[in-house]
Design a protein around this ligand. Structure first.
Ligand code: HEC
Ligand code: HEC
Ligand code: HEC
Ligand code: HEC
Ligand code: HEC
Ligand code: HEC
Ligand code: HEC
Length: 379
């Protein structure tokens, strides 16, 4: 696995008021580092923390430096990513002329697999036409965008940021008789997934331990380890169970110990299809015998800080904590055969659709299925 790239500037520390925009119950991530140094250090390097931020020209240049390809559309029109006065722009050129050019203001995605960009216009974030695809080290059309014409107008709603950031203030406004859109307050955004996004508001915890430095036992903070299995799963599932349910209450309000189902409207569809590998780790895991017949949680295989996508050997060891009585497994382990290659194979997402403009090449977005099962031997 590639290591993450730190190139985003965050304004959680220096937002305009100097206070946490979520209110007085929140302390903000910098406060946690004074007592939880190691966890803080690990967290700063995690894809969770790096999953959104303001674009920094110098750092982005190091990261995407080698990607100079143009993405072509109809009539030889194309988009190129270029530097102008120490900023990056995506510029649309047609017939030798520049038609449109917008700045890369904000990045979404750590770039572990891909990174997409947005620019501000009238208090809205609009997604830029090109996305950087890390495995190819090149630019592609943003997922789901038409292959014929460049598109600059997809609004990034707060829903994106509910999974890729820690907070934003939004105001709804009418755009037509039955249509509503959102304005986002730029200086309210807390980029990245911070400590309190998973642990809940912790200003009380910070104050208590500052005033009682000898206290060894944590106060005024939810202990995730002591929650029920479902509650522990819900902490992760709030962002890892996909995007297709209608949200009833903002997920920014979700705290450890809450019941996730209360945040969504009930789903009455048939649910017949196999959940997609993109974003639906929870549903896929739930469909596995391992999950159904044990007390497995996400922590059975992933440490949260440092957030690790482990090596295959470490995963094999995790499998063996429960499968030490399987002769097959023991044998495979001796032969250093990676369990996950056969039982959690890489699959291409059906919901994320990347293409290369008029080259019309469809680009597979590969993820590991979390449905642990017996699959036909890889070809
Ligand atoms: C003044 C010191 C101090 C600060 C600042 C601090 N903590 Fe703690 N925290 C502690 C101590 C002491 C413990 C108990 C020992 C331990 O688990 O490390 C603790 C434990 C915890 C636990 C484990 C709870 C459990 O029972 O499993 C979490 C979670 C936690 N802190 C989160 C945070 C977050 C989030 C922040 C920042 C908003 C923060 N802490 C800031 C001192 C501090
Ligand atoms: C993606 C969610 C997530 C984020 C972000 C996160 N944590 Fe945790 N944290 C957890 C979970 C889950 C556990 C319980 C782990 C377990 O079951 O062993 C935990 C456990 C802890 C503990 C208890 C000791 C330990 O290591 O198990 C402390 C202290 C803690 N977190 C502090 C922090 C601090 C400080 C930050 C920010 C720098 C942070 N966490 C960010 C999910 C998160
Ligand atoms: C607030 C939303 C949110 C929560 C809560 C959350 N995640 Fe994530 N997680 C994400 C996003 C977004 C990414 C993609 C990060 C990126 O690479 O840009 C991600 C990525 C990951 C990855 C892949 C990391 C890598 O190296 O590619 C793992 C593993 C993971 N999460 C596990 C967990 C676990 C376990 C929990 C619960 C303790 C959890 N997540 C809670 C949003 C969340
Ligand atoms: C319900 C939560 C959720 C929502 C909403 C969501 N994402 Fe994600 N996103 C994830 C998770 C989880 C991952 C990483 C693992 C995966 O692909 O399953 C991810 C991965 C990504 C990545 C690749 C990051 C990397 O390098 O691994 C990008 C880019 C991205 N999302 C952009 C967006 C944009 C733009 C939006 C809004 C249009 C959005 N996402 C909405 C949860 C979400
Ligand atoms: C927390 C315990 C636990 C862990 C960890 C675990 N499993 Fe399982 N797994 C089970 C149980 C229980 C069953 C059902 C009984 C059986 O077949 O042994 C099962 C069943 C299976 C099956 C049979 C599935 C089927 O549909 O017939 C496979 C294959 C499997 N596990 C592979 C793995 C692999 C690979 C890993 C590591 C990535 C793993 N397991 C990790 C508990 C676990
Ligand atoms: C039985 C072990 C196991 C469990 C349990 C597990 N994962 Fe994973 N996870 C993996 C493996 C293996 C990978 C792929 C690592 C790789 O390919 O380098 C992975 C990768 C991921 C990724 C990165 C996306 C990708 O496919 O590369 C995310 C996100 C993730 N896991 C989230 C979760 C969440 C959320 C849970 C709990 C609902 C969970 N995982 C439970 C084994 C597990
Ligand atoms: C080369 C592919 C391959 C690898 C590597 C592999 N398996 Fe399997 N596994 C299979 C197949 C095929 C089956 C079903 C046929 C059978 O039962 O032998 C299976 C069945 C299983 C079962 C259910 C039957 C039983 O024997 O308990 C479990 C559990 C399991 N595997 C766990 C593991 C674990 C753990 C590892 C890693 C140590 C592993 N497997 C490595 C292909 C593989």
């Amino acid at each position: 696995m590639a290591t993450g790239v730190i190139f985003l500037i965050r304004c959680s520390i220096e937002n305009s008021t100097g206070k946490d925009p979520r209110g007085p119950l929140y302390a903000g991530a910098p406060a946690c580092g004074t007592c939880h140094k190691d966890i803080m250090q690990a967290h700063l390097n995690s894809p969770h923390y790096q999953t959104s931020g303001k674009v920094s020209f110098d750092e982005l240049k190091k990261f995407i430096g080698a990607a100079h390809n143009m993405v072509y559309y109809e009539d030889s029109a194309g988009i190129i990513v270029e530097e102008k006065h120490s900023q990056f722009f995506q510029s649309y050129r047609s017939g030798g002329k520049e038609v449109r050019s917008e700045q890369l203001d904000i990045a979404i995605g750590s770039g572990e697999k891909a990174q997409t960009y947005a620019y501000w216009k009238n208090e809205q974030l609009l997604q830029l036409p090109l996305t950087y695809f890390t495995a190819l080290q090149s630019w592609t059309n943003s997922p789901g965008y038409p292959a014929r014409k460049p598109y600059f107008d997809r609004v990034i709603l707060s829903r994106c940021l509910e999974c890729h950031a820690s907070y934003v203030t939004k105001t709804d406004f009418q755009t037509g008789p039955l249509q509503v859109s959102e304005k986002l307050a730029a200086n309210s955004i807390i980029f990245g997934i911070d400590c309190e996004r998973c642990h809940g508001p912790a200003a009380g915890h910070v104050q208590f331990h500052q005033e009682n430095p000898a206290a060894q036992e944590a106060k005024f903070i939810v202990s995730i380890k002591s929650l029920t299995r479902q509650q522990q799963l819900d902490v992760c599932a709030s962002c890892h169970s996909g995007n297709d349910l209608d949200v009833q209450r903002t997920l920014f309000a979700f705290r450890p110990g809450d019941t996730l189902a209360n945040f969504y409207y009930p789903y009455f569809g048939s649910g017949g299809k196999e959940p997609d590998v993109h974003g639906k780790q929870m549903q896929l895991l739930q469909a596995s015998k391992c999950f159904q017949q044990s007390k497995m949680t996400c922590q059975s295989c992933h440490d949260t800080h440092p957030l690790k996508v482990n090596t295959n050997d470490i995963y094999t060891a995790k499998c063996m904590t429960c499968h030490q009585n399987s002769e097959h497994a023991l044998q495979m382990k001796t032969n250093s055969n990676s369990c996950v290659n056969c039982h959690m194979p890489l699959q291409s997402s059906r919901s994320l659709d990347f293409n290369n403009g008029t080259e019309m090449k469809s680009i597979p977005y590969l993820l590991r299925t979390h449905k642990i099962a017996v699959y036909p031997a890889p070809g």
